[in-house]
Design a protein around this ligand. Structure first.
Ligand SMILES: C[S@@+](CC[C@H](N)C(=O)[O-])C[C@H]1O[C@@H](n2cnc3c(N)ncnc32)[C@H](O)[C@@H]1O
Length: 258
């Protein structure tokens, strides 16, 4: 089967390859792309991927994976974007916030990458720690496959992962209801990864005025297949503020606060 697919892909243009892979439901990782430096998580490239061998990245990503993250694939490039954003934000005034934490892989990785424990900042982690809320999923998202729950309960595991860090606050419950518990007046880094529009836009609205100039919002699902409602909502959100979302080949989107 794999040999047949490989033969079919020989000589195909990149967009034809992507289409064939989608049609057969095969992840890229089963296909050999000659010269690929990275082939995972829906992204194949021959571009430089030296970060994969960077000592600090390797250590950080190992800690991220040790949280038991539930990603189907190996999202190393997405982590490198998150760590870069965190590094930039570490040079600004303001706290870090992640809405949509699950087992805390990205936050655990970035803590090591920027030595967050030594910074005069708080990292606020907001999640139900038991998946999506039924009331937040709209009809279009339901048709696209979003379901209530969808993640195993992980609050105790997250508390244990972040217990060594005195400047991390874990806030269980549904966004937007829990947003008021974040008492930060200034925010330098905002990661949003809740898989549906309503809580994500509510979080972005809540924090927009608190984001300092140069602060970065990392949207994890922005360009992902079957997540178009989130992309549309954030394109509109950014446009209303005179900004544009930077679409990354990892599927992430970045917004910089002017
Ligand atoms: C894709 S996971 C987040 C992955 C995480 N960023 C990481 O580093 O691995 C999505 C998370 O969003 C959470 N979530 C979805 N809707 C939520 C809501 N309204 N309030 C709080 N958390 C929510 C889910 O419980 C789930 O843990």
């Amino acid at each position: 089967m794999i040999r047949t697919i490989r033969r079919a892909l020989l000589g195909a243009l990149p967009e034809q390859v992507a289409k064939i892979l989608r049609c057969i439901g095969a992840p890229n990782k089963f296909i050999h792309f000659p010269g690929a430096t990275y082939n995972s998580d829906g992204l194949v490239t021959r571009h430089n991927a030296d970060f994969l061998r960077d000592k600090l990245f390797v250590e950080s990503y190992a800690l991220a994976r040790a949280t038991g993250m539930t990603a189907n694939d190996n999202p190393a490039w997405r982590h490198s974007v998150v760590y870069w954003a965190a590094y930039k934000a570490s040079t600004l005034e303001g706290d870090f916030v992640e809405c949509g934490v699950n087992r805390g892989s990205m936050s655990r990785g970035l803590i090591h990458y920027v030595d967050f424990g030594s910074l005069p900042k708080t990292l606020w982690l907001l999640d139900t720690f038991q998946g999506l809320a039924a009331t937040h999923i709209n009809d279009e998202e339901r048709r696209l496959g979003r379901v209530p729950g969808g993640y195993t309960e992980c609050l105790d595991a997250v508390r244990e992962t972040f217990a060594p860090f005195k400047n991390v606050r874990v806030i269980p419950g549904t966004v937007p209801e829990t947003l008021s518990q974040v008492t930060a007046q200034k925010v330098a880094y905002l990661a949003i990864d809740m898989n549906c529009v309503a809580p994500e836009i509510a979080a972005a609205e809540f924090f927009w005025d608190k984001l300092v100039s140069g602060a970065v919002i990392v949207l994890d699902d922005y360009g992902f297949e079957l997540h178009e409602p989130q992309k549309r909502a954030f394109d509109e959100f950014a446009a209303r503020r005179g900004c544009r979302v930077l679409s990354l080949p990892t599927g992430q989107g970045l917004i910089f606060k002017p």
